[in-house]
Design a protein around this ligand. Sequence first.
Ligand code: SAM
Length: 266
Amino acid sequence: MRQAPFHRHDKLAFAKAVLNSASNLRFGPEVGVGTIRRDAPVLKSWLDEVKAMAADIRTVSSSGDVPAKVFHADARSVTHLLAPASVDAVITSPPYPNEKDYTRTTRLESVLLGFIRTREDLRALKQNLVRSNTRSIYKKDDDDLWVADHKEIQAIAERFESRRIELGKTSGFERLYARVTKLYFGGMARHLADMRLVLRPGAHLAYVVGDQASYLRVMIRTGEILADIAKSLGCELESIDLFRTRLSTATREQLREEVVALRWPG
Ligand SMILES: C[S@@+](CC[C@H](N)C(=O)[O-])C[C@H]1O[C@@H](n2cnc3c(N)ncnc32)[C@H](O)[C@@H]1O
């Protein structure tokens, strides 16, 4: 079939329009089914998305051409993609250990855009992600080895176990909280360790992460722990800046969302 020159942009606009204006999904922030629509303006919302894209491109058209490359890859393993000492800056909002399954919130567009066709595709996608929820961890996962000697992470894992036993919680998910927390920080350690080989000396890194208390109300100071791991891998901590706070429904405490700013000295 002959394809229009911008058919991939058109398809992207279609996925967004279907999701936001024509689907029955609701985000709050977890994905669920909302009011069932009898009809929806599919063509208009698709065209609106196409126009928004065109307007965005027009806004930046006065700037020079800046080449960009997107890698559909796992950030814990980058050395086969990026040249040694070639990266000057990293800015990212990685997952937090907050039980969120990103493949679930993006399932509809992943299917519509052809990223997932089978259960195996979904599993492969999940396996390329930093572990941040109990529904996406696997027997063979061993990122936890990276933080086996980290006292605070091990203490949090122990707190989960004692709190779980104290509260008489016995579900499979609750038993996995300690493991997913260790796998999460281990995955982030693996990412930072791999990045060291591709960072240029003097490179700056910024990670936006949030504290968590949603697992059995055990407090996880994500930013502080991440900064500590980064330091142990040779990064310099420049600052941990408060970005915003949000109220924890579990503990009624204000949880910090922070930017962990690092420098790679080389
Ligand atoms: C907190 S969200 C950030 C979302 C992003 N700022 C946005 O607006 O779409 C974390 C994202 O990291 C992605 N992610 C998780 N593990 C990853 C990995 N190993 N490599 C690359 N991306 C990953 C998740 O799929 C998710 O989209």
